[in-house]
Design a binder for this molecule. Sequence first.
Ligand SMILES: NC(=O)c1ccc[n+]([C@@H]2O[C@H](COP(=O)([O-])OP(=O)(O)OC[C@H]3O[C@@H](n4cnc5c(N)ncnc54)[C@H](O)[C@@H]3O)[C@@H](O)[C@H]2O)c1
Length: 322
Amino acid sequence: MTWLVTGGAGYIGAHVVEALTEAGMPAVVLDDLSSGHAGFVPESVPFVRGSILDGELVARALDEHAVTGVIHVAGYKYAGVSVTRPLHTYEQNVTGTAVLLERMQSAGVDRVVFSSSAAVYGTPDTLLVTEETPKAPESPYGESKLVGEWLLRDQATAAGLHATALRYFNVVGSGSPRLFDSSPHNLFPLVFDALSEGRVPRINGDDYDTPDGTCVRDYIHVADLALAHVAAAKRLEVGDELLPAYNLGSGEGVSVRQIMDTVAEVTGIAFVPEIGPRRPGDPARIVASGELAARDLDWRMRHDLREMVASAWAAHQAASRG
Ligand SMILES: NC(=O)c1ccc[n+]([C@@H]2O[C@H](COP(=O)([O-])OP(=O)(O)OC[C@H]3O[C@@H](n4cnc5c(N)ncnc54)[C@H](O)[C@@H]3O)[C@@H](O)[C@H]2O)c1
């Protein structure tokens, strides 16, 4: 079976491709390089450059590479920016997914693993988010991911699609120093960029109702995340049915201050973070249970916080050396 990885030149997609390759599962990448890097795609993996919005290109990629399943990672992921670019966000994440599913149906490709997000929950009023926690997205980004899940559900009913969505929490780390997160909005790259430029990283608010006053989030290592995709793909390959959605969370929260302390330890750069005001809309704590994924997708935290920070820092340093 050959798996098409949309967005396979991006941070998470490239790790998925690496994990598929290591598992001996053939992969093909389709990516328009809007935020990805051609250099993230290994030479041994066929690379189709273009958008999932280009139905003919998608159809050709499915056909020419005899694709039997799709891991749909491509997307526009900037939740904050999506508020000012709702139409772009919906075009990429909703229309793009619809075009992909339509072409899959025409080609008889009936298995898909979809990159969803914790953003479908908005600000959940619970200590531990489960798959049943009410969905209340608070940005066009979160909405577009939820609609993506609905598209999968409805295609399963209408056309027998075998599908599952993986709701990622805060993805960090690097599985290899050549792969890094280049997002200008995520905490790790922001902290590393600040340190590299001699600025002091900032904590947005230290007066939350949490043990140390800073926000608590659920950090997961990208290489662990990639393995869950391989497990899902394998289950779909042998005809197993999976749940419509799984949380990929650790069950454990880590505070922003704990991250800063670990960064100081790992980098050897002693710093005292600047404390800024709260960012509007930042909830105090979001932590998810990954129990169902552990049961069905061999989901485990194979890396601790120190490894997440150290691997991300090593990849950031390698990237800045070019
Ligand atoms: N990084 C996170 O913490 C996180 C959390 C939850 C969900 N996600 C989701 O995971 C997916 C991957 O995120 P990432 O962090 O690797 O981001 P990324 O920006 O590094 O990767 C996205 C990839 O998709 C490609 N792409 C975007 N639009 C495309 C299109 N129309 N056609 C073809 N390719 C396209 C980009 O060029 C890029 O390579 C996204 O769908 C994102 O919404 C990420």
